[in-house]
Ligand binder design. Structure first.
Ligand SMILES: NC(=O)C1=CN([C@@H]2O[C@H](COP(=O)(O)OP(=O)(O)OC[C@H]3O[C@@H](n4cnc5c(N)ncnc54)[C@H](OP(=O)(O)O)[C@@H]3O)[C@@H](O)[C@H]2O)C=CC1
Ligand SMILES: O=C(O)[C@@H]1CCC=N1
Length: 268
């Protein structure tokens, strides 16, 4: 029997996942979406050929519900769903910070909950999705989450205690790389390059470095040493990065993201 999957709160992440499921071969008639605004619901129908429904309808008809509203909106969504949701449905949360216990406390006793932290490269099937089981989630439930999120990239199981750290690394991770590209493109401007050329050079350097990190099997230190010639150009840049505390700044930045993920649980 084909499972029906509903994406509830289909914004940026929900739509990325939806489009990935369609690319992976899910039939539009097996996918339901919900949105808060009617114009958004119509946009999703027009773009993807899926059926927008209300949250209560999704709770009644879907076997798997993927909740992709903002953490701050999750409590209200669960209040809406709880009266309609049988305990045998799998609930997958895509929200930052919110623990599986938050869902278990608000849904029918025994409801299986899986927590997933994905990221926006789901749009190009290069997501990293980090998956943890709640109290009642079985191997079969985790496998369902892996099938869905595996369609848009890699998946990794972690204990739920590591989810806030994973959110800081891979959930938010793409933003750090975009920030670096933006800053290095500005450096290109300072060095006299036209912006479009500076952008192209840095983006290709990023892609080349990313593929080597993934495929060469070499440690990042070795890859960096291979670029860093004695008395050459690269070591001058590395000295400046160290002088400006970039390594410490990155450690502090990711720690702050981890802390914010913890706070989101308290604010939900
Ligand atoms: N953006 C990212 O890179 C990542 C985000 N996440 C997590 O994914 C979740 C979504 O983030 P993102 O996609 O960026 O946010 P968006 O705001 O783009 O998406 C959330 C959507 O939920 C809708 N919504 C809110 N309440 C309801 C409701 N009761 N019923 C139906 N729809 C509702 C919103 O409607 P409206 O348009 O009216 O506001 C919005 O379209 C968050 O929990 C975030 O922590 C996880 C990993 C990465
Ligand atoms: O910034 C955020 O809260 C979300 C979660 C991870 C990435 N974006």
């Amino acid at each position: 029997m084909t499972l029906k999957v509903a994406v509830l709160g289909t914004g940026k992440i929900g739509e990325a996942l939806l489009s990935g499921m369609l690319r992976a071969g899910w039939a539009p008639e097996d996918l339901l979406v919900t949105a808060r605004r009617p114009e958004r619901a119509e946009e999703l129908r027009a773009r993807h050929g899926v059926s927008p429904v209300g949250n209560a309808e999704a709770a009644k008809s879907a076997d798997i519900l993927i909740l992709t509203v903002k953490p701050q909106d999750m409590g209200a969504l669960l209040d809406e769903l709880a009266p309609h949701l049988p305990a045998d449905r799998l609930v997958i949360s895509g929200a930052a910070g919110i623990p599986t216990a938050f869902f278990e406390d608000r849904l029918a006793p025994g409801t299986p909950v899986v927590r997933v932290m994905t990221n926006t490269p789901a749009l190009v099937d290069e997501a990293m999705s980090v998956i943890s089981a709640g109290t009642h989630a079985t191997e079969e439930h985790l496998a369902h989450a892996e099938t869905i999120f595996g369609g848009v990239g890699k998946t990794l199981r972690v204990p739920e205690s590591q989810q806030d750290a994973a959110t800081a690394l891979s959930g938010s991770g793409p933003a750090y790389f975009y920030f670096l590209v933006e800053a290095m493109t500005d450096a290109g401007i300072l060095l006299g390059l036209p912006r479009d050329k500076a952008h192209e050079l840095i983006v290709q350097a990023a892609i080349g470095a990313a593929v080597m990190l993934r495929d060469s099997g070499e440690h990042p230190v070795k890859l960096r040493e291979n670029v860093t010639s004695p008395a050459g150009t690269t070591i001058n840049a590395i000295r400046e990065l160290e002088n400006h505390g970039v390594r410490a700044a990155l450690i502090a930045a990711l720690e702050a993201a981890r802390d914010r993920s913890r706070e989101l649980a308290a604010g939900a």
